[in-house]
Design a protein around this ligand. Structure first.
Ligand SMILES: Cc1cc2nc3c(=O)[nH]c(=O)nc-3n(C[C@H](O)[C@H](O)[C@H](O)COP(=O)(O)OP(=O)(O)OC[C@H]3O[C@@H](n4cnc5c(N)ncnc54)[C@H](O)[C@@H]3O)c2cc1C
Ligand SMILES: NC(=O)c1ccc[n+]([C@@H]2O[C@H](COP(=O)([O-])OP(=O)(O)OC[C@H]3O[C@@H](n4cnc5c(N)ncnc54)[C@H](OP(=O)(O)O)[C@@H]3O)[C@@H](O)[C@H]2O)c1
Ligand code: SF4
Ligand code: SF4
Length: 514
């Protein structure tokens, strides 16, 4: 029985390089690698050797005959990518044995043509920082100092990934391994801009990589959003994951219904945590204050409110499967599916998403705690007095283009109030400007060319960027690996071209905690 990639896949492509028959796609050099929701094993080509299992940092690959409960659909999800699509057009990854190489290609390790020690500073210790350090430390001349404002490393891998996503959190073991390299020093409790200046850092190191992430939330631009009872998912996630900035957050769970605005993967995370059995959560790393509050919670229904239809929902198929097959009752209004049409170009991922949502819509109304996935609803206003009592929602409908394909949404003019005592805005994250570095305020990122920070059209000498602050707040943990590889390649090329100083690092004053 072939091996299968399951929900926890974070897209770092380690398995691709381990597979002797090149049957895991998309590979990093295939066009849709950057946008793929996960990687998929071709069941017809897999020879069941198991090499990918040990390469995977999050335990996402299992033999097909040992799929854990709740992950069974992934056998079909993998296989469907290698079959023709809904309208009969070619498979996403056509099986063409002639094109399959006998071995996945692995580049020769690059020898860095630089004499003398090179010291690189990295700001942040999240996934993008860890992957950048790993890439740099392949070269024996290079040492890395990481500066992290929090008292624990690894950014959103620790403080973002949901506590019940045990496999995904295992990626921190890989980061621990990277951190054991004696040429890597991580200075905790050290905020660049507060404890040490950017200019000081630039004099300490041959080059600097900014990997500070996108730490704040996008604001939901509707009236009433500042009322008590409205909180951002950013804060809520930080609270249940023990992020020190959100330790004092007060979350009132004495309401029967909560609404999560937005339907990305973060929205699914917070909805799932709100209805999870606290006894199951007790065995995870969830913060103790959050666990205590959830134990006395009155929340019975969490509505996840998406402004577009099911075809365009921001959550990914692996996370939908993880939610629906975890045993949590998921409710979908059949009317939201009736008005949905599949674009003829739709791939099998969208078809499977709709099939699962249709299953949910056809089930009888569940008893007890549940998640309602609601579509075509734009939040117009948070209603209530000082405290939120609900959300005024405007009903949308699909628009279609001349070919009949879904092109977007438009308001129908109908509105209704969704009663709720807790509203969590989960409409995406946003980068913040770093004093002393260029910043694009429209997109919330540091402008760059292949990772070189740009001031207008000119590179800022010796300063590079990676991760969410480079490409915006999208993608999985593993997406940062290829992103950081690009940035490090630019940095090393500049080093070899003599554009960066190489010298023993200046003696450091003691900073932060090691
Ligand atoms: C709630 C949530 C859940 C997620 N769950 C998953 C999941 O299950 N699976 C998955 O694959 N992906 C998940 N992701 C996506 C994944 O977490 C991101 O792709 C990844 O963390 C981005 O890495 P980064 O290094 O750019 O930023 P971050 O992880 O945010 O790291 C940035 C680091 O920089 C530090 N920093 C910032 N400014 C400074 C400064 N001035 N000085 C010193 N240090 C500084 C921060 O403290 C932080 O540690 C999730 C994202 C979120 C928001
Ligand atoms: N398990 C995992 O793998 C995992 C877990 C968590 C996060 N992540 C990743 O982390 C990234 C960030 O996730 P995210 O959920 O924060 O962001 P996201 O995927 O960008 O979702 C944002 C949601 O907010 C909605 N939205 C934005 N502005 C709005 C407005 N004014 N009114 C109403 N709705 C609005 C969007 O709707 P539209 O789509 O209509 O714009 C979308 O539904 C994603 O790439 C995600 O996949 C991964
Ligand atoms: S089990 Fe072996 S052949 Fe199958 S996908 Fe994994 S590495 Fe490739
Ligand atoms: S997490 Fe990485 S190694 Fe594991 S299945 Fe996904 S791409 Fe492959």
């Amino acid at each position: 029985m072939p091996h299968v990639v399951t929900q926890a896949c974070c897209g770092d492509a380690s398995c691709v390089y381990a597979c002797p028959v090149n049957c895991i796609h998309p590979t990093p050099d295939e066009p849709d690698f950057g946008t793929s929701e996960m990687l998929y094993i071709d069941p017809a080509t897999c020879v069941d050797c198991g090499a990918c299992v040990s390469a995977c940092p999050v335990g996402a690959i299992v033999p097909g005959h040992r799929l854990p409960t709740g992950q069974e659909r992934f056998a079909e999800v993998n296989a469907s990518q290698y079959r023709e699509t809904v309208d009969g057009s070619a498979a996403r990854f056509p099986v063409d044995p002639a094109r399959r190489l006998p071995l996945a290609p692995i580049d020769r390790p690059r020898q860095l043509a630089v004499d003398g020690p090179v010291s690189i500073g990295i700001v942040g210790s999240g996934p993008s920082a860890m992957y950048a350090a790993d890439e740099l430390l392949r070269h024996p001349q290079v040492s890395v100092t990481m500066y992290e404002r929090l008292d624990r490393p690894f950014g959103l891998a620790r403080y973002g990934v949901a506590p019940d996503h045990l496999n995904t959190r295992e990626v921190m073991r890989l980061f621990d391994d990277i951190a054991r390299n004696p040429r890597l020093e991580i200075l905790l409790d050290t905020e660049v801009g507060r404890d040490i200046s950017l200019d000081d850092l630039r004099t300490r190191h041959s080059a600097l990589i900014w990997a500070g992430g996108a730490p704040t939330d996008k604001r939901l631009p509707i009236p009433g959003v500042d009322k008590a009872g409205v909180t951002s998912a950013t804060a809520f996630v930080g609270w249940y994951n023990g992020h020190p900035d959100f330790a004092d957050l007060s979350v009132d769970l004495s309401t029967e219904r909560a609404v999560v605005v937005g339907n990305g993967n973060v929205a699914l995370d917070v909805a799932r945590i709100l209805v999870a059995d606290p006894e199951t959560l007790a065995a995870t790393s969830i913060s103790r204050p959050a666990l205590a509050a959830l134990r006395t919670s009155s929340v019975q229904e969490v509505v996840v409110l998406g402004r577009r239809g099911p075809v365009h929902a921001a959550f990914t198929l692996p996370e939908l499967i993880g939610l629906v097959d975890s045993g949590v009752p998921v409710v979908v209004d059949p009317a939201d599916l009736e008005s949905t049409r599949i674009d003829s170009a739709a791939d099998n991922t969208i078809k499977t998403k709709l099939d699962i949502l249709s299953e949910c819509a056809s089930r009888p109304a569940p008893e007890g705690r549940r998640i309602r996935l609601a579509f075509f609803g734009s939040p117009l206003e948070i209603v209530g007095g000082e405290r939120a009592t609900g959300v005024l929602v405007g009903r949308n409908r699909l628009t279609v283009d001349a070919t009949g394909a879904a092109s977007g949404i438009e308001p129908t003019g109908q509105t209704s109030v969704l009663d709720a005592g807790l509203v969590l805005t989960s409409v995406g994250y946003r980068g913040v400007a770093v004093p002393g570095l260029p910043f694009d305020d429209d997109t919330g990122v540091i402008p760059h060319r292949a990772g070189r920070v740009l001031d207008g059209d000119e590179p800022v000498p010796g300063v590079y960027v990676t991760g969410w602050i480079k490409r915006g707040p999208t993608g999985f943990i593993g997406t940062n690996k290829t992103d950081s590889a690009e940035t490090v390649a630019s940095l090393l090329a500049d080093l070899e071209a003599g554009l960066l100083p190489t010298a023993a690092p200046r003696r450091r004053t003691l900073l932060g905690r090691r």
